[in-house]
Ligand binder design. Sequence first.
Ligand code: HEM
Length: 276
Amino acid sequence: MEQPSSCPRQQNGSEGAPPYVTYAHMDRLHELQQPRSDSPRELTFLLISHVKELLFRAVLVEVDQAREQLRESQVDQACESLSRAVRVQRLLVNVWDTMTAMSPDEFLAFRDILGEASGTQSFMYRTLEFALGNKDPRTVAQCSRSMDLYPELKKALYAPSLYDEALSLLVRMGAKIPRGVYEREPGAPYTPSPAVEQAWLAVYQEPTRWRQAHRVAELLTEVSYQFSRWRATHLLVVERMLGSKPGTGGTAGLDWLRSVNEHRFFPELWTVRTLL
Ligand code: HEM
């Protein structure tokens, strides 16, 4: 089908294209958005979806590095990686603004084309959730079929999460946290622990003594905050586009997303606020 808006692509593959195009495969990149309707809104929807997927990966790159750096007790470097992750996350939140330029009738005009396609099937989003530490058994069951197709997804599920690494660092710094909290059976979900809450409380009560741990705590909180902002904005976009119609991925839509929205990464960093 003819693209609904012109895409100034080369006609003969990338032959003779300038280095900017060949180095980053720009021609291939612009071939990837293939709307199935003649709605320019569908093209924008695809472009923005691709941008978001790429940004999920950009966050994952930083989270993976931070995990490694925390494991090696390279706290300054880990904090720099987390700060970079946060910058990308802010961008991810802001990108929602482009989606709300579409009215519900414009979205519904091509929504049927999506069939059963849904963000719940995003292996990149799920890998990021696992790497950060959300290994909810329901989500794990939901993506069990993708596990063999995407080895990195499986690896992230079974590896210690960013939070596990932060907690073992805290222990190496002198906090008292039972080993079973941050070294669980591979793939097992995280259960909030009073010992962890007390460890973070000590950090916030004496920030000068725990300077590095305090910095890690605030950056982790920021990562969690930005993730929740992304979910909350997605929820608002869904309400604006669909009201309470069911989702294409087989969920109840809004109500299901509301329950997902309640989840917080690094839970004790949130509950400790009450104790301060
Ligand atoms: C008009 C725009 C959008 C609407 C109406 C919408 C709607 C929904 C709905 C109803 C769900 C619940 C699951 C289901 O499908 O049954 C969902 C989940 C999800 N959507 Fe969207 N979505 C939109 C745009 C996007 C975009 C652009 C992305 C990013 C690429 C995205 C990523 C996700 C993810 C990752 C989930 C799963 C959340 C989780 O499991 O925690 N959505 N979406």
